[in-house]
Design a protein around this ligand. Structure first.
Ligand code: MN
Length: 480
C-alpha cells in the first residue's frame, strides 16, 4: 500500500476530511524509520503501514491512523515527544506516547518491565480508548510476522497475545481481531494441534455446507413473504475456540458439538423480532436456547437475538438475528464507534456511558499497589468465562468465573460489600463462598455497622472486591 492508496481508502469512508496531517504522518514515519529494518529484512516502515491498514479496515478516525503510522517513532528512533507535539499537535503526540514502552534499563527484570508497560498502557486507555485499538493493530501485524523471530521470543509473545491481547479484544467486543490473534498464537504455540484441527475442519466442510445450504433455501422460502429486508450469512468458528472446547470438555474433535450456525442481518430492531417470530413459526425452536441480547446487551456492547432451531434433517442450527449496526459492532466492537458517518466524526452519544464499565474497571485496578499485582488482576479479570447474574430487580452484573456473593455485593456498591452478612441465591440462603452461576438471581443481606472480614480475601475472585476489602483493612490499620 502506498500513500495514494492510504488516502484513497480513508476518503472512501471520510470523504470530507482534510488529509494533510495524514500525508505528513506518512512522510514523517518513512523518514524516521529509514535506517531501520524488521526481523524479516523488510523496511521497518512496512510494519507502520500494516498497522495503519488495519485501522483503515476498522474505519478509524484520522488522528488514530496518523498515530498508527507514527506509533514506533519515539520508541525506535531519535524523535522525541516534544518534536511530535510540534509537528502533529497534542492529540496525536499523546497517542504515540501512550504506545511507547519504557526503557528496559529501568527495570530489574523483564516481568517487571512487562507489568509496568501494561499498567501504563491500560491507564492511558482509560483516558483514550484509541490507545488499545492501535495496540491491537500493532500486535496483529507482529503476530503475522512472528516466524522471523527467535523461538524463545516467539513463545513469549504468543503467550502474551493469548493471555492478554485476545481477551482484551474480546472484552472490547472486537471479535474479528480476537479470532485472528487467537489462531495466530495457537499456530505457533501448538503447531500440531493447530494443523490437526484445521485439517479436520476442512474435511467436514462439504457435508456441513450441504446441510446449511438446504436450511438456507428453506429459510429464504419461509421469510420470502416478510416485509423485513434481510440477508443470510454463514458463520464460522475460529480454530482456537474449537481447541478450547475440546480441552474444556476433555473430548476429541469428533465428539465436539459444533452446531451449524447462520446469521440473519436486517434493518431495525422491530425487524429482528419480526424475523424471529417467522423463524419460530417455520422451524421448531429448541427449548431454552433463546437469548435476547438486544434487551440485555453484553458489557462489550454486543447485541443480537440468539436462538436454536431444528433443521430439515433434525440437526440443531444456531441462528443469530441482528441489524447491520449490531453486526458491525459485533465484528469491530468498540472500534465501530469511531467510524465516520457522512464525513464527520460522529461519536456515539452514549459511548461514554457504554464505556463506563471499562473506566470503572480500570479505576479498581488502579487501586492495586504493585504493577505485578495489576497485571495479575488484569489477567484474572480478563478471563473469558464470565458469569452473568441478576439483582432482584433484574439488573445484570458481569462477574469473573467462580465469583461469590461477596464479589457480587461489591459489584453493586462498595457499602453493600462492606456491610454484607449473607446472601440469597434464587431465593435460597447460601454461604458467602458459594460460586455463582450465570442466570442466578442474587440478593445480598446487609447489616448496619457490619464490616468486611479479613477471611474474605481468601474467597473473593474479582479485583474490585479484593481492592475494596484491602483498602478498608488498611484504613482500619489491619494488616491484609
Ligand atoms: Mn509496532
Amino acid at each position: 500500500m502506498d500513500k495514494r492508496a492510504i488516502l484513497q481508502k480513508f476518503a472512501s469512508y471520510a470523504p470530507y476530511v482534510d488529509t494533510q496531517m495524514l500525508e505528513k504522518a506518512f512522510d514523517y514515519s518513512i523518514k524516521a524509520h529509514a535506517e531501520q529494518a524488521r526481523a524479516s529484512g523488510e523496511d521497518y516502515f512496512v510494519h507502520c503501514l500494516a498497522v495503519a491498514e488495519s485501522l483503515l479496515d476498522w474505519k478509524m478516525d484520522l488522528p488514530t491512523i496518523a498515530a498508527g503510522l507514527l506509533h514506533d517513532v519515539i520508541e525506535d528512533t531519535s524523535v522525541t515527544a516534544e518534536k511530535l507535539r510540534q509537528s502533529f499537535g497534542e492529540e496525536i503526540m499523546r497517542l504515540v506516547v501512550a504506545l511507547t514502552k519504557l526503557d528496559k534499563v529501568q527495570f530489574s527484570s523483564r516481568d517487571d518491565a512487562q507489568a509496568e508497560n501494561w499498567r501504563r498502557m491500560i491507564l492511558a486507555t482509560a483516558q483514550d480508548i484509541r490507545v488499545i485499538i492501535i495496540k491491537l493493530a500493532d500486535r496483529l501485524h507482529n503476530m503475522q510476522t512472528i516466524s522471523y523471530l527467535p523461538p524463545d521470543k516467539i513463545e513469549r509473545i504468543a503467550h502474551e497475545t493469548l493471555s492478554l491481547y485476545a481477551p482484551l479484544a474480546h472484552r472490547l467486543g472486537m471479535f474479528e481481531i480476537k479470532g485472528y490473534l487467537e489462531d495466530l498464537s495457537f499456530a505457533v504455540l501448538h503447531p500440531e494441534e493447530h494443523q490437526d484441527i484445521e485439517a479436520k475442519v476442512l474435511a467436514r466442510l462439504p457435508a456441513r455446507e450441504a446441510m446449511l445450504s438446504e436450511f438456507r433455501k428453506m429459510l429464504e422460502h419461509a421469510l420470502s413473504k416478510s416485509d423485513s429486508p434481510h440477508r443470510v450469512l454463514a458463520r464460522t468458528k475460529n480454530l482456537y475456540s474449537i481447541y478450547m472446547k475440546m480441552q474444556r470438555q476433555k473430548k476429541p474433535f469428533e465428539d465436539i458439538q459444533d452446531a451449524l450456525g447462520v446469521r440473519l442481518i436486517t434493518d431495525t430492531v422491530a425487524d429482528c423480532y419480526a424475523l424471529l417470530g417467522l423463524l419460530h413459526t417455520h422451524f421448531q425452536p429448541v427449548p431454552d436456547t433463546f437469548t435476547d441480547y438486544i434487551a440485555h446487551p453484553k458489557l462489550n456492547l454486543y447485541k443480537s437475538l440468539h436462538t436454536t432451531v431444528i433443521g430439515p434433517k433434525g440437526e440443531c442450527i444456531e441462528v443469530q438475528i441482528r441489524t447491520e449496526d449490531m453486526h458491525r459492532t459485533a465484528e469491530y466492537g468498540i472500534a465501530a464507534h469511531w467510524r465516520y458517518k457522512t464525513g464527520e466524526a460522529s461519536k456515539d452519544a452514549h459511548l461514554e456511558e457504554k464505556l463506563n464499565w471499562l473506566r470503572q474497571w480500570i479505576e479498581w485496578l488502579q487501586d492495586l499497589d504493585s504493577p505485578r499485582e495489576f497485571l495479575d488482576s488484569l489477567k484474572t479479570d480478563l478471563d473469558l468465562y464470565q458469569v452473568f447474574v441478576f439483582t432482584p430487580l433484574g439488573d445484570v452484573k458481569a462477574l469473573v468465573q467462580d465469583a461469590t456473593p461477596i464479589d457480587f455485593a461489591y459489584a453493586v456498591h462498595t457499602d453493600i460489600g462492606h456491610s454484607c452478612v449473607g446472601a440469597r441465591v434464587n431465593n435460597k440462603m447460601v454461604k458467602l463462598d458459594t460460586h455463582l452461576k450465570s442466570g442466578d438471581i442474587v440478593e445480598i443481606l446487609t447489616k448496619k455497622n457490619s464490616t468486611p472480614k479479613r477471611d474474605w480475601l481468601k474467597v473473593v475472585k474479582s479485583a474490585r472486591a479484593r481492592s475494596k476489602i484491602r483498602r478498608w483493612l488498611r484504613e482500619k490499620g489491619i494488616a491484609a
